[in-house]
Design a protein around this ligand. Structure first.
Ligand SMILES: Cc1ncc(COP(=O)(O)O)c(C=O)c1O
Length: 369
């Protein structure tokens, strides 16, 4: 449920666009491939509960992916019933019991973690499903291909553990076909060996958005898109619009300084608007004097330093701008657009970080769903 807020700064989450993106993704990868919608890090800042419930209600995803047991528990508490895979490391292994209690599926990336899952299964007197992670080049968590093969063989004889999935993760799917092909070749060797021995797990998966869309051979049984579902990948519709309002407008005489350090001075008489958003909301200070905000359908420059709670925008070229008008910091207004990717470029980062950085101070408001 939306909480009440007074400060006019919020992020609109277009659930219609989100579900549309999931359906488009399914169409692109084929209906025989399952979709694990990645909702870690609060759904990349889009509100994991809102997004997960929308996907569940629309039957647009088969699985959800989170990064930790904690993230999974929040979703279960909100009524999410879809299967949930914990994509991150299980360490410290006490979390295995909590995962099992909330019907969250862990990833096993070492013999040690497999042993701890088996102990938990014994204690709970039931089988625990796991997915085994293979490191084919990402170098984060995962067993080398030969070790993964040996572990899955071993596990087939263990009590309490069922290997439901085998996965890897692509490190350069968006821009390096050779590297990706090598990763897929090494992963397929493990899959084929297990198939020959009758040990192939039912869910083999490798692909994030870029891998699934660009490499048909990476799709296997299931794909794990995040970026495309949030509309941050070419061809998909952006889901998040970051909005605020003009809460104060003043006329600055020629030469007047704006914000800390007086890094900006009016070159002529200017109309300067103040917006109640700052780096405390995840609007980066690196955008000082570099970003644009949409007001009245025009791009108006951010002037002076971004402060913790407020920014100033030069609205001289939007003469009809008034206190109370909407401003768009990420998204579209009429024909003008400021994308998360544009802000990311200015900050020397990627759109993932820009949207994930939006802080809990910014209410997320569901629209369109
Ligand atoms: C293991 C794993 N799978 C899938 C994804 C989704 O990636 P993308 O947002 O690029 O689709 C991520 C995201 O970082 C991930 O860590």
């Amino acid at each position: 449920m939306m909480r009440r807020f007074f400060r006019p700064t919020w992020a609109e989450i277009d659930l219609g666009a989100l579900v549309g993106n999931l359906r488009l993704f399914r169409k692109r990868v084929g209906s025989g491939v399952k979709i694990m919608f990645v909702v870690k890090a609060n759904a990349y800042g889009h509100d994991a509960v809102l997004c997960s419930l929308a996907a569940q209600k629309a039957r647009a995803a088969d699985w959800l992916g989170v990064s930790s047991v904690e993230e999974g528990i929040v979703l279960r508490g909100a009524g999410v019933r879809l299967p949930i895979l914990i994509l991150g490391s299980l360490y410290p292994f006490e979390s295995v019991l909590a995962a099992a209690a909330h019907d969250l599926t862990p990833i096993v990336a070492s013999l040690e973690s497999a042993k701890r899952v088996a102990e938990a299964a014994l204690r709970l007197r039931r089988n625990i499903h796991i997915h085994v992670k293979v490191d084919t080049g990402m170098g984060r968590i995962g067993l080398r291909p030969e070790a993964a093969l040996a572990l899955v063989r071993d596990l087939s004889a263990w009590k309490g553990i069922r290997v439901q999935g085998l996965l890897t993760h692509m490190a350069k799917a968006e821009d390096d076909r050779v590297f990706t092909a090598r990763q897929l070749r090494d992963f397929k060797r493990v899959v084929f060996a297990l198939s020959r021995e009758g040990l192939r797990p039912p869910l083999v998966h490798a692909a994030n958005s870029a891998a699934a869309l660009r490499h048909a051979g990476a799709r296997f049984d299931l794909v794990r898109p995040g970026l495309a579902v949030y509309g941050l990948y070419a061809g998909f519709s952006p889901v998040l619009t970051l909005k605020s309002k003009l809460v104060y407008i003043k006329t600055a005489p020629k030469g007047a300084a704006v914000s800390y350090g007086a890094t900006w001075r009016a070159k002529c008489v200017s109309r300067i608007a103040t917006l109640p958003i700052g780096y405390g909301d995840g609007y980066p200070r690196a955008l000082s004097n570099k970003a644009a905000v949409l007001v009245g359908g025009r791009r108006c420059p951010v002037v002076g330093r971004v402060t913790m709670d407020q920014i100033m925008v030069d609205v001289t070229d939007a003469p009809r701008a008034r206190v109370g008008d909407d401003a768009v910091l990420i998204g579209r207004q009429d024909d003008a657009v400021v994308s998360a990717a544009e802000l990311a470029r200015v900050c020397g980062t990627i759109a993932y970080e820009t949207v994930t950085a939006l802080s809990s101070r910014v209410p997320r408001v569901a629209v369109g769903g």
